[in-house]
Every structure is written in C-alpha cells, then in structure tokens.
Design a protein around this ligand. Structure first.
Ligand code: NAD
Length: 502
C-alpha cells in the first residue's frame, strides 16, 4: 500500500515537496503511519515568503471592509465543511469528533472577531491639540507574518493567528505541526474559496530547517509561535536577534486549588473534563490539583475513581469514546515513562493508565486516565509538563501554601480555584502569578474578543494572542499630527512648549 503524500500550499496552489525529506503522520488510534508530509528545505520556504511578500502591497491596500468580507465567507465555509475538518483533526490527532468540532468552533470565534475588523482598526482622533493642529493614531499592517503551530490544536491555534493577521492587512506564512498538517491545509484552501487573493496565506510544511529559515529571513516582520517552552524560548531569542516581533506561547502546568468548602461533585466533574479531555494534550489542561487540607483530596479520590473506571477510552470512529489516544507511539512511551518515574519517586499511584489496550485498536497509542496522590514539589511528575492524561494531587496545609506553590512554579499559563468563599476567590485572582484564572471554571480559556496568554515561562514576548492584543501584535502604531493653517503666521518655533503648543 502506498502512503498518501501531502503537499504545501503556496501562492494559492498545492505544491509537491521537492526536498526529498518526509515526516510520518500517524493515525494514533491505529498506531500506524497513514500519510507523509513533505519537510521543506530553505528554498521552498523562501518561495512561500516571496509569494506572501508579493501579495502584501495589494492586500494591505484592500479596505478593511473588503478584507472582512473574505472572513464572512470563510466563516460560512468552515460551518459547511465542519465534518470534513473535524475528521481531518481526529484522524491525525486522535481526539474525539465532538472535541475536534469544539476546537474548530473556538477557532471560528476568532474568525468572527476578525469579521469586525473595520470597527477594531478604528483609530483615535484628537481635535485641536494646538491651534489649527489635529492629531490621530492609525494602526497599519506589518508585512509578511509567520505562524509556527503545535500538534495539539491543528485547527484552533492556526486560527488564533492567520485570520487576525490577514484581517489586519498582513500576508501570512503558516508552518503547522508536521504531525497533523491536513486540517491547516484544508483551511488554507477554504480561505482561497472565500475569495482570498493568492499568496496572502501560504502553508509550508516542515521542521527545524523551515522554522530557522523563517526566523532568519529579513522579509518576515513578525512570528507567532505556540508550542513547548524549550522551542518557544529559542524562537523568541532567535526571532528577536533578527529584529522580528515575536510572541511565543509555550508550555504549562495548570494547578486547580480546591478549598475545603468547594462543591466536590462540581470539582470532580471539572477534573474529568479538564484533566482527561483530549487525553490531557491541552496547554490549559489541569494537571495538578492542590488540595487545601486533606479533606478535599480524600473526597476527590473517592468520587473520581469510579468515574475514571467508567471512562470510555477508544478511537474517534467509536462515537461513544470519551477519551482518545495520544498523538503517536513516542508520546505514549514518554508519558508512560513519567508514570513509572512517579512511582519510583514515591508518589501514590491511585489509577495507572500504562498498558491500556483498546479491543479492536490494539496497536493504538492509548494511555488510560492516571492519578497520583501525595505528589510533592520535588518530583518530576510535578515539575515537568507531561502533556498526557496524568493528574497529580498535592496536599497543602493552608491556602497560603497552595497559592505560593502555584506562584513558584515555572509555568504560568492557567489556573483555577474552586471555592464558595468570595473573599478567597478574590484574593486568589488578585495575587496569583498566572495569565488566565478560573473561579469555579477549570479551563478559563478567554473568548475571541479577549486575549489568550500566560505569564512566566508560558509566554515570551509582550503580547497575548487574538482579540485586542492580536490586533496590537499584527499592526504598528502611527501617530499623525497635522496643521491646516488658517493663514495667520506666527513665525518659527524652536522650543517645545507646554500644553501641546507646536
Ligand atoms: P513543539 O514545541 O514540539 O512544536 C511546536 C512547533 O515547533 C512545531 O511546528 C514544530 O515543527 C516546531 N519545532 C519543533 N522542534 C523545533 C526545533 N528544534 N526548532 C524549530 N522549530 C521546532 O510542541 P508540540 O509538541 O507540537 O505541542 C505541545 C506543546 O505546545 C506543549 O508544550 C503545550 O503546552 C504547548 N501549547 C501551548 C499553548 C499555549 O497557548 N500556551 C497552546 C497549545 C500548545
């Protein structure tokens, strides 16, 4: 059987790879390679950048209302092609179809925000800042922007980027994850169908060679990255060294603090979705529960274990599946290695997901839902991002110890507190050193008209992504000061004067 070979999408056309290098794409539920993706060499990436560069003058001069029209069309096309898009996500990522559709819908919300770009790009105007002088701000596009995206949200994360960049008048080169690139390729074709001129959106597949070419090319003005912290820090430093604007959204270890007064049924339902949804492969997954006192931990374990035993692990093709496989055999091995390490480090293994076999999908990359209790801060299962269905329960003696633990962790993406106490919740949201905070909300992902981003080593750069921060990132500010003299001359002025006199 020949393996299907994918392509790049450059200047409005599918382009076969010519580097001779290919990456394997798994169907994780089968544990088998089903497709191959071409890994671009530098000259192929440069062609994509050249195509975006050539499209920039025309696209940036297109009125925002006409750009928005493309976004309206794109929105309709996504809805029309929802099943096909979800299938492409699930067959390469492994998540359930419902979850895939949910993630596409979150991306769609960014497209909807981009539909209002004329309103969002409106500048500020000050009349008569001095005699006969008016002043105003406009935001103009940067030029060619690039996006480098992770495997875990092949639809949503690219849609955090290119709709905003393009609506702002930029052109774009997307380098999606080489592990599940089919959905981003489909999205680019839908953008063309929506009326986007050729060259405005290009998708180039590849690995480090493609990324390094993007980072070093002078024609690229800005780079948005989402992925792991080690790579994100490299992207930020290398991009900045080449004078680019960079936003790099990175790894996470999200803590849920549970106070003794919390509603434990609500807490356990929240944990099921937040720790095990998408097999824990979410940057906003809850991977640590901090129990304030022993009482919440004991109650959680008692209520959680029967739910875990009933959790339906299986392939996306079984519509009753609640949790799918992890992305590929290497990820399964890495996650199971962490579970083994947690046992060696002395944590108490309450449920063990190693060796999970799903009948009918025996070779699938499944890891069952796993819980450790009595985890301590020095253990690698606590310090490291595992990125799988593994939950650590840590017992803190007090609220102060719990919040200190959250604040001392190197990551700062998301966190949540579960409590009925408004005072504790208010103190937590004020004091916690984390970018996105939930109060009785386990995964506090901001909607598209807010912005998404963490703190500490979860985000390098000055801007969060999409929403108002996305507009700031993808535009540069220009301030115009203009005088239309009435004919009365006041002579030359050599000094700055107070009160805005020019
Ligand atoms: P990854 O860092 O391995 O890959 C991300 C991108 O970087 C891919 O496009 C990949 O091709 C590229 N890349 C990989 N190695 C590279 C190298 N050596 N040099 C240059 N580029 C390289 O991440 P992943 O495994 O695909 O995704 C999972 C990670 O993404 C997790 O850490 C997760 O927390 C993070 N993530 C963060 C957010 C967020 O918003 N903070 C959202 C989603 C995922």
């Amino acid at each position: 059987m020949t393996t299907e070979k994918l392509y790049h999408f450059v200047n409005g056309e599918r382009v076969s790879g010519n580097s001779g290098r290919y990456g394997d794409i798994y169907n994780p539920a089968l544990g088998a390679v089903t497709k191959q993706v071409p890994l671009a060499n530098s000259s192929e990436v440069e062609d994509a950048i050249a195509s975006a560069q050539a499209a920039f003058p025309g696209w940036s001069a297109t009125p925002p209302g006409r750009r928005a029209q493309v976004m309206f069309n794109f929105r309709s096309l996504i809805k029309e092609h929802m099943d096909e898009l979800a299938e492409s996500v699930s067959s390469e990522h492994g998540k359930t179809l419902e979850d895939a559709k949910g993630s596409i819908t979150r991306g769609l919300e960014v497209v909807e925000y981009a539909c209002g770009i004329s309103q969002v790009l409106k500048g500020e105007f000050s009349e008569s800042v001095a005699s006969e002088v008016d002043s105003w701000n406009i935001r103009q596009p940067l030029g060619v922007c690039a996006g480098i995206t992770p495997f875990n949200f092949p639809a949503m994360v690219p849609m955090w980027m290119f709709p905003m960049a393009i609506a702002c008048g930029n052109t774009f080169v997307l380098k999606p994850s080489e592990r599940d690139p089919s959905c981003p390729l489909l999205l680019a074709e839908l953008m063309k169908k929506a009326g986007l001129p050729d060259g405005v959106l290009n998708v180039i597949n590849g690995d480090k060679e493609a990324v390094d070419t993007i980072l070093k090319d002078d024609r690229v003005q800005a780079v948005s990255f989402v992925g792991s912290t080690a790579i994100g820090e490299y992207i930020y430093q290398t991009g900045a060294a080449h004078n680019k604007r960079v936003q790099a959204l990175c790894g996470a270890k999200n803590h849920m603090v549970v106070m003794p007064d919390a509603d434990m049924d609500q807490v356990v339902d929240a944990i099921m979705g937040a720790a095990y949804g998408s097999a824990g492969e979410r940057c906003m997954a809850i991977s640590v529960v901090v129990s304030v006192g022993d009482e919440p931990a004991d109650a959680i374990i008692e209520k959680l274990v029967p739910k875990l035993d009933a959790l339906k692990v299986g392939p996306y093709t079984e519509l009753s599946s609640e949790m799918g496989p992890v992305i590929n055999p290497a990820a399964k091995e890495r996650i199971e290695g962490y579970i083994t390490k947690g046992v060696e480090e002395g944590a108490q293994l309450v449920r063990d997901g190693r060796g999970t076999v799903v009948p009918g999908s025996e070779n699938g990359c499944f890891v069952g839902a796993t819980v450790f209790d009595k985890v301590t801060k020095d253990m690698s299962i606590y310090t490291d991002e595992i990125f799988g269905p593994v939950l650590c329960i840590v017992r803190a003696e007090s609220y102060d110890e719990a919040i200190t633990m959250v604040n001392e962790h190197e990551y700062g993406n998301g966190t949540a507190i579960f409590t009925r106490d408004g005072d504790a919740a208010r103190n937590f949201s004020n004091k916690v050193q984390i970018g996105m905070v939930g109060i009785n909300v386990p995964i506090p992902v901001p909607l598209a008209f807010h912005s998404f981003g963490g703190w500490k080593r979860s985000l390098f750069g000055d801007h969060a992504i999409h929403g108002p921060e996305g507009v700031r990132f993808y535009t540069k500010l220009k301030t115009v000061t203009s005088r239309w003299p009435s004919g009365i001359r006041s002579g030359a002025v050599f000094n700055f004067k107070a009160g805005g006199e020019h």
